[in-house]
Write a protein that binds this ligand. Sequence first.
Ligand code: PEP
Ligand code: MN
Length: 333
Amino acid sequence: MLVIMKNDATENQVQAVIQQIEALGFRGVPIPGALRTAVCIVGNQGYVDDSQLLSLDGVKEALRVTKPYKLVSRETHPQQSIFTIGGVTIGGKTPVVMAGPCAIENEEQALTIARLVKKEGAQIYRGGAYKPRTSPYSFQGLGEDGLKILARVREATGMLIVTEATDFDNIELVEQYADIIQIGARNMQNYALLKRAGHTNKPILLKRGLAATIEELLMSAEYIMSEGNNRVILCERGIRTFADTTRNTLDISAIPSIREVSHLPVIIDPSHAAGRREYVIPLSRAAIAVGADGLIVEVHNDPPHSISDGKQSLYPEQFATLMKEIKGMSPKS
Ligand code: PEP
Ligand code: MN
């Protein structure tokens, strides 16, 4: 349920509503808007008796939220969420581009790729220091040494850094280095990690699980938001289907589907969706055409020798082409 305050409601009146919600055994999360504040009731399993709330000063009305996710829902927050992180806006008119290697391999590789993608207009640098790999024998990432390299990339290029926290134990370290913390597809339903991500002051890039529905993705975002972190960026990165010409199937309809029910920005990862660099540019065009708030793309200076995901990593020239092609496309409606 959403308690809508009157336009001229005072802070004390909002606090009184929150106290009353707590007295009922739930939690009240204030959502300030351009014109008025709403207080979202979370923690209830069903019907909430709103009679006492409606009698409080400053309360205009109480609305039922029909979705199982509350803070993520557009019913609760009708305006699109726009986050400005270190001068980069996500969720606004211009799509944001995050680019870089799958994994940080060494400082020279990381810096070379960073300079290349920055020159073409990428604003955010991606690169894993902790890698969730299918095989325990594959390269697992450089760990903290990789994070230190990422910090040097930021220092040298001014780009923001997005990198993955793969478990509850490394998120504390990752949050010290990253500008945006990625939670990967395999961890989309790692609830302990999601709750911990709700306690950081860094924005979270939450990737859709390999076999997760949109509602499950949004419920995972709700875990993060319900712990107090409102800055969640969603990412469609392809799902498992019977199609066998790509690594995963890019669910392009995830963009309008999410847009309809949630205010959170949503970006597309064409690299992990396709699994092949040949498809990354067309899928990126499709993503921008359908209104994505941005892309996260794997780029490598020497893809055949990349330690991970070389087949889906763009060559620098291909990344330059991608940037030119999407630049000419009309912005989101
Ligand atoms: C990644 O972005 O490096 C990654 C591992 O992606 P995903 O979690 O989508 O597989
Ligand atoms: Mn990868």
